[in-house]
Design a protein. Structure first.
Length: 276
């Protein structure tokens, strides 16, 4: 049975993490199949949004606890977490042992692929999102959370630190001080607190979660796809740019979009709607 269930709702691709017996922990083929399904959806011109949710009672609880316990406190090679190995199939190339020892990215290569998706992504957080699962949720452009779900960093209780870009994402979402408190706390974050902190965009009842996620995704079907993709790329680039660099990027992007024949079609549609 596949670790990812791929479905379609209109112009939205729905990807369901499908290891409910393991609380959708990272293992098996979960990450490998997820990135492959997301990249396939991203390459499909008929797909305008991607919704990711979890089967069962959890969204994703990060690395399988059994993997950590089976390897003991010092027996897990952290280099394997970025390639096919201890954490299951990630979809990244398997590196030889020597290369893993000097690898400076690890699972970051997987994160880089996910953040390069041009299609807007929506996380429908149906249950616990902990550790790497919390990081996965935060990688999405929009996050909708069930009122009964919980978020947790999990790292301090294991003597670990942030991973999968959380130390970069969280300060940009909630600010430095709040990011520090979130990453170093040992308690869970409920839905209402997550909304107050700005970690999620909406909190809804469990039976309304997917409908709410689709409501966030649906508008992307009615706007110019290249515009959305360009905006997403500009926002990602802005985090490492000066104002002058970003002004130049915006100007170049706007000129390219205005030269696209589909922009003229969109303007003609606007004229018709305005009756001019």
């Amino acid at each position: 049975m596949s670790d990812i269930i791929v479905g379609t709702e209109g112009k939205t691709s729905v990807l369901t993490l499908n290891r409910p017996e393991h609380h959708n922990s990272v293992g098996g083929a979960l990450f490998g199949e997820l990135i492959e399904a997301a990249e396939a959806a991203d390459a499909d011109p008929d797909v305008r949004a991607i919704v990711v949710t979890g089967a069962g009672s959890s969204f994703c609880v990060g690395l399988d606890a059994k993997t950590l316990m089976d390897n003991g406190p010092s027996g897990l090679d952290v280099g394997e977490l970025g390639t096919d190995g201890a954490a299951g199939r990630t979809g990244n190339p398997v590196l030889p042992y020597e290369a893993r020892r000097v690898d400076h990215l690890g699972v970051g290569r997987w994160v880089a692929r996910f953040t390069q998706l041009g299609t807007p992504t929506v996380a429908a957080i149906n249950g616990a999102a902990a550790g790497g699962g919390f990081a996965l949720a935060m990688l999405h452009d929009i996050r909708v959370m069930s009122r009964t779900a919980k978020l947790a960093t999990s790292f301090p209780s294991l003597g670990l630190t942030a991973e999968m870009g959380l130390s970069w994402i969280l300060p940009r979402v909630v600010g430095h001080a709040k990011a520090f408190r979130i990453l170093t706390r040992g308690t869970t974050i409920g839905a209402e607190e997550a909304l107050d902190l700005g970690l999620v965009d909406a909190v809804v009842e469990p039976d309304e979660l997917l409908d709410a996620a689709h409501e966030f995704a649906r508008p992307f079907a009615d706007v110019y796809d290249r515009s959305v993709r360009t905006t997403k790329r500009l926002l990602l680039q802005s985090a490492e740019s000066t104002l002058m660099e970003q002004l130049e990027r915006e100007w170049v992007a706007q000129r390219l979009l205005m030269a696209d024949p589909r922009m003229a079609e969109a303007m003609e549609g606007l004229r018709r709607r305005l009756g001019k």
